[in-house]
Ligand binder design. Structure first.
Ligand code: P6P
Length: 331
């Protein structure tokens, strides 16, 4: 047991390092991890239950909603509802924020999440994930509003994701580096498996939906041409695209690489959401030594104008994010 550094033990150890830590944050992270364990169980058995397929409804993004989406969303909300330190949650699946039962007046924290990112991949057994972001609010004493969430990504105090692949891995940062914990299903605990994750510099792969290339700008095409030139640092740079943002970012965090989903003629503002995808993943990648931009601005400097604001996203090894800015940023 001595060598088994579980997420709970790790959190308690970190709590001891922070003077005056009340344990609130430790409790919040452990509840998010609990929700992810349950989502992981449901994802693993989705094929066996009548949970696959679509509910026939669509979410605020207009995307077809699968039952696991609904289940994951309700599960996360239910777990956070009874935490007195959480004032409100904003979900990619819901039009409006939801005030929690226990912390709506005096909770210090706000939680944003994409409960099941990549849900179009559920029915084909491809990796999916949960993304979360934690902020503090300065309006304790009254009910939180949507405006409390509309702050720069640099104001996040923590962010993370849980990826449901061949293993279930919980990755998060509180601003002092990034650590990954792999779920041991026999113990039911997340165990430290990826301490102090740092994104490797050489970009051994790039990720983009090249099916959209006909809509891309000349600058974005120039960027892709450089990545596929086979020259210099791109001698061995392969295309890897899962279609689940968390999976592509996780691989690039481990191996080095760049993901880009640019704005284009069809979707000038891009596809990915600021609050639930870009901000939390940009926070993590920067903590791991990488970068994230919309082609012009640092993602963490973006102040969303609405809960569901979208943005172009270029994220991963810093040299490639910078190169995109040089070749395509102004376009
Ligand atoms: P496309 C999944 O729906 C998602 O939001 C991200 O996880 C993923 O990176 C992107 O959309 C995929 O979009 O247009 O390539 O299917």
């Amino acid at each position: 047991m001595a060598g088994l550094m579980t997420l709970s033990r790790y959190n308690l150890q970190r709590k001891r390092e922070y003077e005056g830590a009340t344990g609130d944050f430790t409790l919040l992270i452990s509840h998010l991890a609990l929700a992810c364990k349950v989502v992981s169980r449901e994802v693993a058995r989705a094929g066996l239950l009548d949970v696959l397929g679509h509910t026939g409804t669509s979410n605020v993004q207009g995307e077809q909603v699968t039952k696991l989406d609904v289940l994951s969303n309700e599960l996360l909300i239910e777990v956070l509802n009874d935490l007195p330190m959480v004032a409100a949650v904003a979900s990619e699946e819901d039009e409006q924020i939801r005030l929690t039962r226990a912390g709506r007046l005096n909770g210090r924290y706000l939680v944003c999440f994409d409960p099941l990112d990549g849900s179009s991949n559920i029915d084909v057994n491809v990796t999916i994930g949960t993304i979360f972001s934690i902020r503090k609010r300065d309006t304790v004493g009254r009910e939180a509003t949507a405006e409390d969430f509309l702050k720069a990504g640099s104001e996040q105090i923590a962010a993370g994701y849980c990826i449901y692949g061949s293993s279930t891995i919980f990755v998060y940062s509180t601003g002092d580096g990034v650590d990954g914990f792999t779920l041991d299903p026999n113990v039911g605990e997340f165990v430290l498996s990826h301490p102090d994750m740092r994104i490797p510099d050489p970009a051994v792969c790039w990720s983009a939906n090249v099916g959209n290339a006909r809509n891309w700008s000349a600058g974005t095409h120039a960027f892709m041409a450089r990545l596929t030139s086979g020259e210099g640092r791109y001698k061995k740079c392969s295309l890897r695209y899962v279609g689940t943002l968390v999976a592509d970012v996780h691989r690039n965090l481990l191996q080095g690489g760049v993901f880009f989903y640019p704005g284009d003629q069809k979707s000038p503002k891009g596809k990915l959401r600021v609050l639930y995808e870009a901000h939390p993943l940009a926070y993590l990648v920067e903590q791991a030594g990488g970068k994230a931009s919309d082609g012009v601005r640092r993602i963490l400097d973006i102040v969303p104008d609405g809960l569901h604001m979208r943005t172009p996203l270029i994220i991963g090894s810093g040299a490639e994010v910078d190169l995109y800015g040089e070749l395509a940023g102004a376009t």
